[in-house]
Ligand binder design. Structure first.
Ligand code: ADP
Ligand code: MG
Length: 156
């Protein structure tokens, strides 16, 4: 599934529609260069999860945790420039196996071994200053369901 969005607010709106479909247990990997819009999309996902708190880039803290609607927790990771996730990898195993947690990961290379194949991968590429291509792919049957729901949600 590929979307083209023309502004930051359209990216947030897309994220919001994704967030609205989540029920916990989903693992979402965000792929794209610095400034492509991974954290911006996460802001939208958070809104769709009913989070009103400001979503800050977790670059320096590696992860940030937010209380969402319906007793869901959003855990947002960013492993930028980290080659070895160390103890975080073990902690993350627990987080991703919790079916009330939505896990969003930027720069996942350092935890590739920990992330399940069955995850949703979202690749963002900048086509111009404000235009982004956003491609959503599923790695397995559980993620297929979410992608299917999204497909239906986005049918005009
Ligand atoms: P990343 O987390 O991928 O490094 P950010 O979301 O932090 O990226 O930053 C994206 C930057 O690009 C922001 O400054 C934002 O205002 C800008 N931007 C411009 N157009 C878009 C768009 N369509 N979607 C997302 N961000 C956009
Ligand atoms: Mg970011």
């Amino acid at each position: 599934m590929i979307f083209t969005v023309k502004s930051e607010s359209e990216t947030i709106k897309l994220g919001q529609e994704i967030g609205a479909q989540l029920s916990g247990g989903e693992i979402i990997e965000l792929i794209g260069d610095v400034g492509s819009g991974k954290t911006t999309l996460t802001k939208g996902i958070a809104i769709g999860l009913g989070i009103t708190e400001y979503i800050q880039s977790p670059s320096f803290t590696i992860n940030r945790v937010y209380k969402a609607r319906d007793e869901i927790t959003l855990t947002h990771y960013d492993f930028y420039r980290l080659t070895d996730a160390g103890i975080m990898a073990n902690e993350m195993k627990e987080v991703i196996s919790d079916n009330k947690t939505v896990t969003v990961v930027e720069w996942a290379e350092a935890v590739k071994g920990v992330l399940p194949i069955d995850r949703v991968s979202i690749t963002i590429s900048a086509l111009s200053e404000d235009v982004r291509k956003i491609e959503i792919n599923s790695g397995g049957s559980k993620s297929d369901k979410l992608v299917e729901v999204l497909k239906n949600a986005f049918v005009d």
